[in-house]
Design a protein around this ligand. Structure first.
Ligand SMILES: *[C@@H]1O[C@H](CO)[C@@H](O)[C@H](O)[C@H]1NC(C)=O
Ligand SMILES: *[C@@H]1O[C@H](CO)[C@@H](O)[C@H](O)[C@H]1NC(C)=O
Length: 449
């Protein structure tokens, strides 16, 4: 629904240890957003978000997420699509926007345009799949095609009919001329079909409970004999039915955007903080439950909530500027379970440091045993990348020996923990750090406390 924005994808850990993927779009149509490096640090340390999606390929943001391990999806703006059907232009684009950042920045997917079919622009629509193909060819020639996927997101405007779900079809004309070649491309390249279902744009007073996952009589599909208890399932199954009719039921579905605003104009019903929190929380619970939908039982869907921030420069209704989960000072407008427990009340960027209980005793942060080397290397890169003094663990430094990732990581993590004010969350590091009262210093290598 929007063009110049940035998105974020999150992984939630469930109690059972299973993980489902949830995304939050990180829009940048605002003049009051924190700098990207601060957002990267905030997402990494105060939330469970560990993937992001950009609506463009903003180099400052890509740079800010380097060495964080955060998985990033970038977007080619709509107006660049026709030009990218040319292979040498596509190769140049990959070189400029991907290869300058990859693999330091973990780019996993390129979305070509945004809701291109809904624009009604025939040039864009006609060149969409050819541009995706030439970008893919460019990835192949750079040997990146196994690491980076290519797709394009759609609004539900691609459906000509969606009620009941089993009767859904793609709009006539687009079905065979655009969507069939697109789905073929996605199948061949093992990439997902990305859709933006918005119950917010589909509900009425009568269907509010259905849209919000509240208890309601449901929608019975006479053809499939399946009962729908919420609009999200119904929308996804409509997409699935339309794909199935073209013979592509096996292509994975990703939810590129979904959300509910927390503030609207006076004539908008159920646009408030409580409803936004309820809707988004229910979306997260739904996709994490692993239940799938009536036509796609037990399937999970990588899902991107819209949006990370409120965006004050958007035009249109008040609600357009109020889809955010966070204010520009990084405080939550509401919590849908994405904050780390220690981050719920304290935000390390904004709140004055409170004295830490027992801080008179010395404490150090060290690596948790069993932590993965790749995660520990990321901790080193992160801390040293912030400009803290990593001299002691570089060659010739007093803590260089033993020259292992684990030892160097412990030094770096402790350095961060001490510098940031010794909050428990300063030693979390994605669950790879732990606080100890035993001084890890040895020989001439001193760990500060
Ligand atoms: C593609 O773009 C390059 C560089 O602008 C140009 O030289 C070439 O002729 C174009 N190829 C086609 C097939 O249009
Ligand atoms: C979905 O999971 C349930 C519970 O584990 C199982 O009984 C059912 O057969 C599964 N359905 C499909 C289609 O895999």
């Amino acid at each position: 629904m929007f063009i110049t924005m940035v998105g974020v994808l999150i992984i939630f850990s469930t109690g059972s240890g299973a993980e489902a993927s949830i995304g939050v779009n990180y829009g940048t149509l605002a003049n009051n957003l924190p700098p990207p490096h601060q957002v990267a640090k905030f997402l990494l340390h105060s939330t469970v978000i560990n993937r992001i999606r950009l609506f463009d390929a903003n180099p400052q943001i890509l740079q800010a997420f380097a060495h964080t391990g955060v998985a990033v999806t970038v977007t080619v703006p709509n107006d660049q699509i026709p030009h990218l059907t040319n292979l040498s232009s596509a190769q140049q684009w990959i070189s400029d926007h991907i290869q300058t950042h990859f693999p330091s920045t973990n780019i996993i997917r390129i979305l070509v345009g945004n809701e291109v079919i809904s624009t009604g622009n025939h040039l864009l629509i006609r060149t969409l799949v050819p541009a995706m193909q030439s970008l893919h060819t460019a990835l192949v020639s750079a040997s990146l095609h196994r690491r980076i996927q290519i797709s394009t997101p759609h609004s539900l405007g691609i459906l000509s009919n969606s009620t009941p779900p089993s009767s859904a079809t793609f709009r006539l004309g687009y079905d065979t001329h655009v969507l069939k070649p697109l789905l073929s491309f996605l199948r061949t390249t093992s990439s997902p079909f990305v859709v933006n279902p918005y119950p917010f744009f589909g509900y009425s007073i009568e269907t509010l409970d259905f849209a919000l996952f509240r208890s309601n009589p449901g929608l019975f599909d006479q053809h499939s004999k399946l009962l729908y208890t919420n609009m999200f399932d119904a929308q996804l199954d409509s997409v699935y039915s339309a794909m199935n009719k073209l013979g592509f039921s096996d292509v994975e579905i990703v939810v590129g955007e979904i959300g509910w605003p927390s503030e609207g104009d006076i004539d908008q019903i159920s646009v408030d903080v409580a409803t936004a929190a309820e809707f988004n929380k229910n979306v997260v619970e739904r996709v994490n439950s692993g239940a799938g939908t009536p036509l796609m039982p037990n399937r999970t869907f990588e899902t991107y909530i819209f949006a990370l921030f409120n965006e004050n420069l958007k035009s249109g209704q008040t609600s357009e500027r109020n889809f955010g989960l966070f204010r520009s000072d990084l405080t939550p407008i509401y919590d849908i379970g994405i904050l780390r427990p220690s981050g719920r009340t304290l935000n390390p960027e904004n709140n004055p440091r409170s004295p830490v209980r027992g801080s008179s005793e010395k404490r150090w942060c060290v690596t948790k045993s069993g932590a993965e080397t790749v995660a520990l290397q990321r901790n080193i890169d992160y801390v040293c990348g912030l400009g803290l003094d990593c001299g002691p663990i570089t060659e010739g430094g007093l803590c260089f020996s033993p020259n292992t990732v684990e030892a160097h990581s412990a030094y770096a993590m402790n350095l961060y923990y001490q510098t940031m004010g010794k909050h428990e969350f300063d030693c979390d590091f994605d669950n790879t750090g732990e606080i100890t009262a035993m001084d890890p210093s040895y020989g001439n290598c001193e760990y500060q406390a």
